[in-house]
Design a protein around this ligand. Structure first.
Ligand SMILES: [Zn+2]
Length: 272
């Protein structure tokens, strides 16, 4: 596929699309029902549906029985951490491998014509963007993600917050499941605005923006304070009457959606 049919490349080799990013029809006013209807399948497929299924899989195979979650025991907490870490590694590595290691698309559709591995810089640990990004993701990202998940599951298991069942509250939980991406976007908008204020930008958010030429690993490369704010979306499910599966879905949405978004490309060319 020729990216120059869809955009332009400047002398440095950076590509930019011809069309600006469009607002999702869900957020357009006045409403455009036909456009919304056409766009709706994209709301679910492939990623939102995938993240929901992953939450179900975690609930069935990774999360222990309720009696076990009532007490904080290292065995299940560690197991959850290891599975989360393995999933993050495989998911982000899949995007990294194709676009940045094999460079399967070369710099076609790539906003920045250069590859981060080719440009060492002092702003990163060990002068390597990849190493810096991976270490930050695994040393603070996945532990904070897991800690919040453990805390929320523990609260549900002990009956500290309402636990609605899918059998008794199918309509409300379906609405809430549909709202998960909306909750995420609204929360992200607020915290992102907050950490772009001068003090927090300098001490917290600049870590994330060091990767001016991001690869998939860069998306989870944040300061621990930003990790905490970012993954705090799961806490809405302690306030809104919910179900632990939806709480996990909210967290998976935050944790996994960044890979396809931070590829440094607007999309992935589906071809060999
Ligand atoms: Zn920012």
């Amino acid at each position: 596929m020729d990216d120059l049919q869809f955009g332009k490349r400047n002398k440095r080799g950076d590509w930019a699309p011809n069309e600006p990013a469009a607002t999702a029809p869900l957020f357009v006013f006045p409403p455009q029902p036909l456009r919304l209807l056409k766009w709706l399948p994209h709301y679910f497929l492939p990623y939102n549906a995938l993240f929901f299924l992953s939450a179900l899989a975690w609930w069935h195979w990774v999360v222990p029985p309720v009696e076990v979650m009532r007490s904080l025991d290292w065995a299940w907490v560690l197991r959850l951490f290891l599975v989360n870490a393995a999933a993050v590694f495989l998911w982000y590595f899949a995007f990294e491998l194709r676009l940045y290691i094999r460079r399967a698309q070369g710099n076609r559709f790539k906003y920045n014509g250069k590859f981060p591995a080719d440009t060492p810089s002092d702003v990163f640990w060990f002068r390597s963007q990849n190493l810096d990004n991976v270490l930050r993701g695994f040393l603070s990202g996945v532990p904070i993600w897991t800690a919040l998940q453990v805390g929320v599951l523990w609260a549900f298991a002990n009956g500290y917050v309402p636990w609605l069942t899918f059998a008794e509250n199918p309509v409300w939980l379906a609405v809430l499941a549909l709202a998960v991406p909306v909750i995420h976007e609204a929360h992200f908008f607020c915290i992102h605005r907050l950490i772009h204020t001068p003090f927090l930008y300098r001490w917290v958010h600049s870590v994330h923006h060091n990767s001016v030429n991001p690869s998939p690993w860069s998306s989870l490369s944040m300061h621990p304070v930003e990790h905490l704010l970012y993954f705090a979306t799961i806490l809405y499910h302690l306030v809104i009457p919910s179900n632990p599966v939806l709480a996990i879905y909210q967290l998976h949405y935050a944790g996994f959606e960044l890979a396809p978004l931070s590829t440094g490309h607007p999309g992935i060319a589906m071809e060999a």
